[in-house]
Ligand binder design. Structure first.
Ligand SMILES: NC(=O)c1ccc[n+]([C@@H]2O[C@H](COP(=O)([O-])OP(=O)(O)OC[C@H]3O[C@@H](n4cnc5c(N)ncnc54)[C@H](O)[C@@H]3O)[C@@H](O)[C@H]2O)c1
Length: 295
């Protein structure tokens, strides 16, 4: 028996990298999977799943197209009769420093990541709300994909980091809207060697097959699949860095300190006077890039 028997999942950008590993593990746990990508690699993932006795179909299309969300839900319903899990994963990079970035580089990344996440989430939300209103209750899951750049800000990635930061807030917003329909929504930031990151030398594969491959994209999938199970029903609106042999639970934008008058507008001079009280001797420079050590 699999942990996800009788569940139907849609996963975007699952022709390669982390998404492919998610799709393979979802299927091996019994889920029926719609594998989306922009190219034929989706068919390869489907062939691997079906060859191992799983059930999958491919959907070729860009998540940046408004209609792709509805198409994906329809594909799930036509082939498997329902939808329980949406994993938003598709992604691209167009890195450049802010002072060198073109309009096209900015727009393409926002379109694939931020709009692409919303397009699919919106379509799933429509279906799940209608199901819930029709009295058909079941556990529903959205898992979105951010990055450490989205959590902390990343140089040469003002397009990508903004989109990934937006995805964190999108997930919280979806959580506030959809909890009453049985939907949980969480975000993972993977760290893995894929087509997106294979230029990073520190992520190279170990020389020996006996050594643990810290950056194997398959290391990310168990936690993502766990978030889809009933065990994770109370985990909602959270964010995690996942990879290597660990999971790091992340949370940000918390209230640090405040100054406040009594029903009176603060003047610039009063802010001068109260600033030491507000900052309380703390470091007010750019926050540290607080990424975990994997090794
Ligand atoms: N690998 C990492 O260390 C890392 C770190 C942080 C975040 N991420 C995120 O993880 C996700 C997966 O990336 P990956 O590392 O596996 O890279 P990858 O390049 O191996 O996989 C991304 C997949 O998305 C597909 N894709 C691209 N544009 C698409 C579109 N418009 N519509 C549908 N599919 C599209 C690609 O064809 C590809 O198969 C991305 O969202 C990425 O930003 C990865």
């Amino acid at each position: 028996m699999g942990r996800l028997d009788n569940k139907v999942a849609v996963i975007t950008g699952a022709g390669s990298g982390v998404g492919r590993e998610h799709a393979l593990l979802l299927a091996s746990e019994g889920a029926q999977v719609v594998v989306n990508d922009i190219g034929g690699a989706a068919d390869d993932t489907v062939a691997s799943i079906n060859a191992n006795g799983g059930k999958a179909v491919s959907h070729i299309g860009s998540v940046s197209d408004w209609n792709t969300g509805d198409d994906l839900v329809t594909t799930a319903l036509d082939n498997f009769g329902d939808l329980h899990i949406l994993i938003n994963n598709a992604g691209i990079l167009r890195d450049a420093m802010s002072f060198s970035m073109s309009e096209q580089e900015f727009d393409e990344v926002i379109a694939v990541h931020l709009k692409g996440h919303f397009v699919c989430a919106r379509a799933a939300a429509i279906y799940w709300r209608n199901q819930s209103k029709a009295g058909k209750d079941s556990a529903r899951r959205m898992i979105h994909t951010t990055s450490e750049s989205g959590l902390f800000g990343g140089p040469a990635q003002s397009n990508y980091a903004s989109a990934k930061g937006g995805i964190l807030t999108l997930s919280l917003t979806l959580g506030r809207e959809l909890a009453k329909y049985g939907v949980t929504t969480n975000v993972v930031a993977p760290r893995a060697r894929t087509g997106l990151t294979d230029y990073i030398q520190s992520m190279a594969a170990p020389e020996s097959k006996d050594q643990f491959d810290v950056y194997d994209p398959a290391n990310v999938s168990p936690f993502v699949v766990w978030l889809c199970t009933d065990e994770a029903k109370d985990v909602n609106g959270q964010a995690f860095i996942v990879g290597g042999s660990g999971v790091w639970w992340m949370r940000s934008w918390s209230h640090i300190n405040h100054i406040k008058l009594n029903a009176q507008k603060l003047s610039i001079n009063q802010i001068d006077e109260l600033k030491d009280e507000l900052f309380n001797g703390e470091d007010t420079g750019i926050p540290a890039f607080a990424a975990p050590k994997f090794g």
